[in-house]
Design a protein around this ligand. Sequence first.
Ligand SMILES: *[C@@H]1O[C@H](CO)[C@@H](O)[C@H](O)[C@H]1NC(C)=O
Ligand SMILES: *[C@@H]1O[C@H](CO)[C@@H](O)[C@H](O)[C@H]1NC(C)=O
Ligand SMILES: *[C@@H]1O[C@H](CO)[C@@H](O)[C@H](O)[C@H]1NC(C)=O
Ligand SMILES: *[C@@H]1O[C@H](CO)[C@@H](O)[C@H](O)[C@H]1NC(C)=O
Ligand SMILES: *[C@@H]1O[C@H](CO)[C@@H](O)[C@H](O)[C@H]1NC(C)=O
Ligand SMILES: *[C@@H]1O[C@H](CO)[C@@H](O)[C@H](O)[C@H]1NC(C)=O
Ligand SMILES: *[C@@H]1O[C@H](CO)[C@@H](O)[C@H](O)[C@H]1NC(C)=O
Ligand SMILES: *[C@@H]1O[C@H](CO)[C@@H](O)[C@H](O)[C@H]1NC(C)=O
Ligand SMILES: *[C@@H]1O[C@H](CO)[C@@H](O)[C@H](O)[C@H]1NC(C)=O
Length: 376
Amino acid sequence: MLSCYLFLIISLMISFRDVRVSASGSSCTEYPVFTPPALVVKYGDPANFTCDVCQKDCSGDSSGLEHAVGKVTRNGTTILWTVDRLTEWDTSLQCYYNNDAGDQCTTILNPTLYQPPESVSISFVNHTGMMFENQQYTLQCSVQNVAPVQNLTVTFYRGNTTEETQHLQSNHSEEKKPANETFTLNITSSREDNGAQYWCEAKLELGPAGPQRPPVVTSEKLPAIVHYGPELKEPPNPDVITITEGDTLNLNCSSVGNPSPSYTWTLPTNSPSYSGSVLTIKSVSFEHKGQYICTVSNTVGTVTKEFNIDVQASTVIIHQPWIIVGVLAGVLCVLVILGVLCFRSYKRTRKGSYNLKDVLRFPKRTALPLQNCENV
Ligand SMILES: *[C@@H]1O[C@H](CO)[C@@H](O)[C@H](O)[C@H]1NC(C)=O
Ligand SMILES: *[C@@H]1O[C@H](CO)[C@@H](O)[C@H](O)[C@H]1NC(C)=O
Ligand SMILES: *[C@@H]1O[C@H](CO)[C@@H](O)[C@H](O)[C@H]1NC(C)=O
Ligand SMILES: *[C@@H]1O[C@H](CO)[C@@H](O)[C@H](O)[C@H]1NC(C)=O
Ligand SMILES: *[C@@H]1O[C@H](CO)[C@@H](O)[C@H](O)[C@H]1NC(C)=O
Ligand SMILES: *[C@@H]1O[C@H](CO)[C@@H](O)[C@H](O)[C@H]1NC(C)=O
Ligand SMILES: *[C@@H]1O[C@H](CO)[C@@H](O)[C@H](O)[C@H]1NC(C)=O
Ligand SMILES: *[C@@H]1O[C@H](CO)[C@@H](O)[C@H](O)[C@H]1NC(C)=O
Ligand SMILES: *[C@@H]1O[C@H](CO)[C@@H](O)[C@H](O)[C@H]1NC(C)=O
């Protein structure tokens, strides 16, 4: 019950007096006093009270207690009333005396007889089984054989979500005998309600004269099964997804729904059919380019999600930094070698023996004799 919040309180409350005083004449200066002043008794329990008929104006000769049930004992001006089992739903006890002027001064005590609810049950009105999202349903809490019904408070609970609605009136307000009462609550189902439990609690609030702990009876728990169509966990992505050849492609179509949705994929290639929520391609190649359509459905509805995939050639340098380092090292090597060559040829030119042009010309020279031979 800790995790449950107040859902709704419907209560019927009518304050009525347990004690009334009346006088047949206006000459009464005091009235009989009941101790305790109010009597709240559980059906079938013993009860007692005393009535102090008068304290000052006791000169009159007749006094008494009108009672339909119970036993009366007298001690002077005090009347003791006892009953072993109080089972009269509507009892009125009148304590009176006649004063000097001949008027009857009377105090009336109406004991409240209560009976905790015999049973409390919860159900949907005209509905069984599962519910659908965003529809109105009527919950009904039936309380049987409870008295007095006007002191009854019914609270509806739903799991641990808070919601408040209207009150309901009953016309049992004057009933003293046990009555059956039903309380209704209109609810609009939502997917969050799925798995929640509805229940109600009937409590008899009998005021300060009643029992310290008001009688409480709770209903059984009514589980709510709400069916709803699939909903994508991640929203669709309208843009083209560009992926590099050789990379891993993950298409996530995970959805929630009740009942659990099933997945079917329409793939660009004639690949075998796939029915998981996430489509993974370990190493993408150009043939994987195209449109992927994921269809998620359950008995309530269907949603689709499209993925447009473009595959681009692998530009290794971008992705693998160690290659950049390698290439840079290579370039540096070539530059160094060229530098060395240039330096050496420069030195030779300075010596005057021959220059770079001579070196390049050398093959021509060697070719010359051959040419000569041919010519010969
Ligand atoms: C009268 O009622 C009170 C409270 O119910 C109880 O404690 C007490 O024993 C009763 N006395 C007699 C004489 O029955
Ligand atoms: C009657 O009341 C007086 C005082 O109020 C008390 O002393 C006496 O014991 C009572 N008698 C009986 C029989 O209860
Ligand atoms: C429940 O169903 C019965 C019979 O089908 C109908 O007479 C009654 O009006 C319905 N009650 C509600 C609250 O819809
Ligand atoms: C509702 O109840 C669940 C399980 O009983 C708990 O995990 C969750 O924290 C509760 N939520 C609130 C708002 O109390
Ligand atoms: C409740 O009210 C209805 C209509 O207002 C009436 O027909 C019926 O008799 C009432 N029941 C009681 C127990 O007062
Ligand atoms: C309350 O309902 C129970 C069971 O349906 C029935 O036996 C009983 O007579 C009803 N009581 C009244 C006061 O209608
Ligand atoms: C609850 O819904 C029913 C019909 O579904 C309607 O007749 C009734 O007035 C509604 N009650 C409240 C308190 O809105
Ligand atoms: C319930 O019953 C008691 C005793 O009959 C009465 O005094 C009180 O006003 C009623 N209502 C509440 C809310 O206690
Ligand atoms: C798919 O998306 C859901 C929701 O964002 C997430 O929980 C799940 O881990 C994802 N699965 C993969 C394989 O990425």
